[in-house]
Design a protein around this ligand. Structure first.
Ligand code: SF4
Length: 940
């Protein structure tokens, strides 16, 4: 939908493009060609074979969303001339959405950064890489001396491949700080926390393809038709086979139009609604009693909370009619296995982690976890937000979710071949070394906050924005103020990003051109945990350098290059990607990133056609028995040939074949109750027929299995557990006996270490329902949370609803992705959506005289005024407006084009909704609130 009129010729071009690229074409093809694996490519219209040039096909993966669609890049004499949507990929089977169909644009990149630049008297000026590395490096070394290593914040990327993400976490560790973070903080950190604390791992349990088995699917706070278009093909296949579809969303989305049952919910009331659904499930005895009895802990506490959510109360709080709630409960319960899919509509709230847990518990109550067609299916955002979360730049953990405790640092010091004391000496103190760092959602508060309230010795004084858009964070005027206070701001990105244009500085800004993922190689983890190997398609354009080369150059300047690459070969200043993955393989035992060697991943990519598009299992060929992309955990060493784990917590398979129980991560008992699974509730062929704790050297000896380790393994495993035994011997022996290395426990419905052990409804910080604020208040303010004071009640105490009567919320478009600088610079995509807009119900539009396609102002309680086009539509209910979050390049009505470096402004610019977004953070992870706030409209 574009609000701007187009010429007939432009229209024809657009239609041709859509037919070639859009989801509609893909969906139609899928429906016509069932079964799924017989789709064939059309004959190429412009054959290449006779051309007198060397033509190669490079196998790569779309770098936009996390579905992981494969792309075949046709390269002639080093030039990327064409792309095809890999017909033999079990993930996309020849379909691409518009974004995926246009990634070749990266191979031309007219709007890309071409060479390093620095801001001099308000103008970007070309400099050499040597000058850039030396100047920035000198400033960093001076800063370190004056203010300590925690004065730097490095905001990494979920578009780094796994190896770059890992290397960046290592880089910042060697610099001596935990002030490093990436997009997962602001899209799915609440998912990771909520799911991990319930089941054991913070990841999607099943796969997109596994939806083929679902009998009902609940999409809540997710809009895959736009956000993850090709995933919809898998769901539409399930629907063809009879699956029921429920969509819960405040807005009638493009996904909702497919639904059998659509529920319009008041934003910020998800827990009340989920408990309302569960109320009917319990009232009708639809829960899976055996599953609950054998495999869960604390469901009784949930029952007590759910009992409070009578149909009338649910209806009052959520705005959903009683009958609609009951219908949803019935559809889920009577059409099992049923699956739940959620996205940022659930996660981006001040109660995001609690939202996630409520849904996780719903699936436990229905016995939908660990079964094909069930699961908690959490569609991550960027192409590698899963992998970057798993092994990359997180403020609260070393790679593999090892945390920051002394034991974790010692594990990695050993893997890295470094002396722990030396490593500790790089930090301001041992305490700072073990304390979670500043998050990307609040970095600007760590600049602006008074120093005495900071929980680290210094405010932030330098920031690296490395492949990350600033307009994906909220409160941009506060961010701009922070940018102006910094000693130095460094942008490392293929595109300048809004950072380059919004800061309002005269100097102290550097822009360094990074290569895209098509100009390097490495592994990328799709949302379903499948890891795919991307080949290098083309050499870096212009003067761009790969992220890992830039990391190496800075490490050399800063004096820790030898430590960074002690076990990693460096060729022409580029750390060898395969060697980095091998280091990940040697270290990340916790999540089974150990069996996925470069060789195995490359073999999968070469043999995509041998994998079944429903089960993801190779039925023949060299990968026979493996699941596509070795979805983690892929246990043990590569030599063990574990096939990957397609469905988490599935007891019907042996561990060796990809089965798993719930993880024993919280001890063996709590409050006198066992946390281990009930007797008889174990994986197929397990030699232990009860619940059991995680494996370590003591447990192995008690079981009499120690002697099965080789002498070398015994030497490495002595005093270690399955996570820290670098030989992998403990894991190997546990699996040989049919046991999960991490134990066999119950999923936790009651998380005693969280602010709400059982999720409870809390009204949004800016709620129009002041009566409900009194009944369901938010949390108390916190003096020190992720190194910063954080407000809850004092924000909620102010009634903004009289002056700002409309609820505002935000979401995604199919045309753009993330902060959007990359996709809005792509002329093909830019043609599809040319204006930032705000969806307004006709009733509200009439109040201010707003008409379709005309400019309006959106005003928020921060004082921000955002100018955008009115999209007058009943898709949003009266009293609510919706805006996409991918835009940037305008600042409260002003086009910033002239502030970008020459030629660097994206084709489409517009107001960023986050300029006006208000205060609010999840009480566990510091996820920012972007799904419910207040605003008002005015005519422009
Ligand atoms: S954006 Fe997502 S759905 Fe679209 S082609 Fe890329 S990976 Fe596939």
């Amino acid at each position: 939908m574009s609000l701007q009129k187009i010429t007939p010729d432009e229209g024809r071009r657009r239609r041709r493009f859509l037919v070639g690229a859009g989801i509609t074409a893909g969906a139609g093809a899928l429906a016509r060609h069932l079964p799924l694996n017989i789709m064939q490519p059309a004959a190429a219209a412009d054959p290449v074979p006779n051309a007198p040039v060397k033509t190669e096909i490079k196998h790569t993966v779309c770098s936009h969303c996390s579905v992981g669609c494969s792309v075949e890049a046709v390269v002639s004499n080093g030039v990327w001339v064409r792309q095809e949507p890999a017909f033999d990929s079990p993930l996309n089977m020849g379909a691409h959405c518009a974004k995926g169909a246009s990634v070749r644009e990266h191979g031309f990149g007219e709007h890309r950064l071409r060479y390093p630049m620095k801001l001099v008297n308000g103008k970007y000026t070309r400099i050499s890489w040597d000058q850039a590395i030396n100047e920035i490096g000198d400033r960093l070394l001076t800063l370190r001396e004056k203010a300590g290593p925690d004065a730097l914040m490095v905001i990494g990327s979920s578009k780094h491949n796994n190896e770059q993400a890992y290397l960046l976490r290592k880089w910042v560790s060697l610099w001596g700080s935990n002030n490093v973070d990436h997009q997962a903080r602001i899209c799915h950190s609440t998912t990771v926390a909520g799911v991990a604390q319930t089941y054991g791992y913070g990841a999607m349990t099943n796969s997109f393809n596994d939806l083929h088995y679902s009998k009902a699917v609940l999409f809540i706070g997710s809009n895959p038709a736009e956000a993850h278009p090709i995933s919809m093909l898998h769901f539409l296949h399930a629907k063809e086979l009879g699956a029921k579809m429920i969509v819960i969303d405040p807005r009638f989305t493009r996904t909702a139009r497919f639904a059998h049952h659509y529920i319009r919910i008041r934003p910020g009331t998800d827990i009340a609604l989920v408990w309302g659904i569960l109320w009917h499930i319990f009232a009708n005895g639809w829960e899976d009693k055996k599953f609950i009895e054998d495999r869960t802990y604390g469901m009784e506490e949930v029952r007590k909370e759910v009992a409070k959510w009578t149909p009338e109360k649910v209806s009052d709080v959520t705005g959903v009619p009683e009958a609609a709630v009951r219908t949803a409960a019935e559809m889920l319960a009577l059409n099992r296995p049923s699956s739940v899919v959620w996205c940022m509509g659930i996660t981006q709230h001040h109660v995001g982690t609690a939202n996630v847990r409520a849904l996780s518990i719903l699936q436990l109550a229905l016995g939908n976890i660990g079964v094909p067609g069930g699961g908690a299916n959490i569609y991550r955002g960027h192409d590698n937000v899963q992998g970057a979360t798993d092994v990359g730049p997180n403020a609260d953990s070393l790679p593999g979710y090892y945390g920051l405790a002394e034991g974790a640092w010692k594990h990695f010091a050993t893997v890295w071949g470094l002396d722990y004391e030396w490593l500790k000496g790089r930090f301001g103190s041992k305490e700072l070394m073990e304390k979670p760092g500043i998050t990307v959602s609040r970095w600007y508060d760590a600049v602006n906050e008074q120093a005495q309230y900071m929980d680290q010795p210094s405010n932030l004084r330098a920031v690296f924005y490395w492949g990350h858009a600033p307009n994906s964070q909220t409160r941009l005027p506060d961010m701009k103020a922070a940018m102006q206070k910094l000693d130095m701001l460094v942008v490392i990105d293929p595109y300048p990003s809004l950072t380059a244009a919004m800061h309002g500085r005269q100097d102290g800004v550097y822009l360094l051109p990074a290569a895209s993922q098509f100009e390097t190689q490495g592994s990328v983890t799709a949302s379903n945990r499948s890891i795919q190997w991307r080949e290098r398609v083309i050499q870096p354009l212009f003067e761009c350098k790969t992220d890992h080369e830039i990391m190496y150059l800075f490490a050399r300047k800063l004096g820790f290059a030898n430590e960074l690459c002690k076990h990693i070969k460096v060729v022409h200043n580029e750390p060898v990607v395969e060697d980095i993955l091998r280091e990940i393989n040697r270290s990340c035992w916790t999540i089974g990133y150990t069996g996925c060697s470069p060789e195995r991943l490359k073999l999968h990519m070469e043999n995509k056609h041998t994998f079944n598009p429903t089960t993801l299992r190779a039925e023949s060929g060299p990968c026979k028995g493996d699941y596509y992309g070795l979805p983690w955990p892929c246990w043990g060493t590569p030599e063990m040939k574990h096939p990957g784990t397609p469905i988490l917590y599935d007891l019907s398979k042996t561990i060796a074949e990809g089965g798993l129980p719930f993880r024993a991560n919280w001890g063996v008992e709590h409050d006198g109750q066992s946390l281990l699974a009930a007797d008889g509730s174990t994986n197929q062929d397990s030699e232990i027929d009860t619940g059991y704790p995680e494996f370590d050297h003591v447990f192995l000896k008690k079981l009499g299995w120690w002697a099965e380790l080789t002498p070398l393994e015994q030497a490495a495993a002595e005093g270690k557990n399955w996570k820290t035994d670098l030989s992998g011997g403990i894991i190997r022996v546990a699996i040989a006996h049919g046991c999960a290395p991490y134990g066999n426990a119950r999923a936790r419905c009651h998380v005693w270490n969280f602010p709400d052990p059982v999720p409870v409804h809390r009204e949004p910080l800016l709620s129009p329902r002041r009566d409900l604020v009194a009944k369901y208040p938010t949390y108390d303010d916190k003096a020190n949370f992720w190194r910063l004071p954080t407000l809850y009640k004092s924000v909620q105490a102010v009634d903004f609803s009289k002056d700002y009567p409309l609820i505002m919320t935000s979401g995604r478009l199919v045309e753009y992705e993330g902060g959007g600088e990359e996709t809005r610079s792509n002329p093909w995509l830019a043609e599809l959506q040319q204006n930032m807009f705000c969806e307004v119900n006709p009733q509200d539009a009439a109040q201010v005289g707003a008409r379709l396609g005309e400019y309006i102002w959106i005003e928020t309680p921060t004082g921000a005024r955002l100018k955008m086009m009115a999209m007058v539509t009943p898709r949003v209910p009266p009293g609510m407006v919706w805006m996409p979050f991918h835009f940037g390049g305008w600042w409260m009505g002003e086009d910033l084009e002239q502030h970008y470096p020459e030629g660097g402004a994206p084709e489409v610019r517009g107001e960023s909704v986050n300029t006006g977004w208000t205060y609010g953070y999840d009480a566990v992870t510091m996820m920012q609130e972007t799904k419910v706030s207040l605003c008002r409209l005015a005519r422009a």
